[in-house]
Structures are given as C-alpha cells and as structure tokens.
Design a protein around this ligand. Sequence first.
Ligand SMILES: C[S@@+](CC[C@H](N)C(=O)[O-])C[C@H]1O[C@@H](n2cnc3c(N)ncnc32)[C@H](O)[C@@H]1O
Length: 171
Amino acid sequence: MSLDRIGWAVEVVAPQPSDQLLEIGCGHGVAVTKVCERLVDGEIVAIDRSPAMIAAAARRNDRYVAAGRATLQIADLGALDLGGRRFDKAFAMRVGLFTRGDPIREFAALARLLKPEGRLFLLHDEPSTDADEVAARLEAAVLRHRWIVEARLTHVFDGGEVACVIARPPF
Ligand SMILES: C[S@@+](CC[C@H](N)C(=O)[O-])C[C@H]1O[C@@H](n2cnc3c(N)ncnc32)[C@H](O)[C@@H]1O
C-alpha cells in the first residue's frame, strides 16, 4: 500500500529516538504526532505563524506536549529565535515560501537553527504539477542560498505527487 503524503514525509525524515527536530509550518500537527510516535528522549519543536493552526496542533498532540516530546509555538521562521538551540533535522511541508520569492531570511534562520551536521528536508506538492518540476524549484531555492543538495526524491500518493529535497547547511 502506498504511503500518504505525510506518512512518506516522516519516513524520509526518519526521526531517530533521540533526535531534536524542528518543523516549520506544522499546520494541524499531523506530522508532529507521527514524529512523536518514534521519539524516546528526543523532541520536536513545531512552529506555525498561524495561532489557529498552533491551537489545533496543540489539541491533537496534547499528550506529547504534556510528556515534553513536543513544543508548539506561534512563530514566523524568518524571525525565529530559540536562544541558540540547534536541531538535528528541520523539515517543512507545503510551505510555499520555499518554492517562490527569495526566502533569504528563512534560509539564514535555518542555518542558525541546524547543527553543522544537520539536515533540512523541504517537501512540497502542487495540484496538477509534476513532482520533478516542484523538486527542481526546491533545489534551485536551496542552491541559490548556497546550501548543499544531498538528495532529491519524489513519491506518488493517492491524490498527487510530492517532491522532497534534502540539503545541508553551508558551513
Ligand atoms: C499549506 S499549510 C501546510 C500545513 C502542513 N505542513 C501540511 O503539509 O499539511 C502551510 C502552513 O505553513 C505556515 N507558514 C507559512 N509560512 C510560514 C512561516 N514563514 N513561518 C511559519 N509558518 C509558516 C502557514 O501558516 C500554514 O499553516
């Protein structure tokens, strides 16, 4: 059976039991739940600039928040300040800023937020758009900001095609 979009994303991010993860634009927090199911003493911080989305994600993940596995925060990535905290992995799904415009502040923030050996996973899909085309746009954004592309993946799910680019920060 084919994995759905978010299930595939979590397989690709492959959270390890002790990982420190950051999700950008978590929406309703569906991926947060799937990530927390794999954590033992690791943690996920999930941000969204929408208070309504963070409220929904907090409701869905209340037991993981209470257990200290998940922190949900209203924040805009470009202005995110977590006091020097650094993550093993950061990921974003369907966050349009990575496929259009010039997200210079956002890539700079991610370079501060990831450990030097950390990885960024950008996942995106668009109706009626080939996943290879979406992947090419994600890759172009990564390269424009001098990050290093490590892999480019695509997946067909029931309802569309999703692209993922995995990148390393420019240290
Ligand atoms: C289309 S939704 C995707 C939600 C979820 N990631 C998914 O794949 O179902 C995009 C989300 O990203 C959030 N978002 C967009 N730009 C953001 C930014 N700069 N910082 C934080 N959140 C952002 C929006 O508020 C929205 O909830």
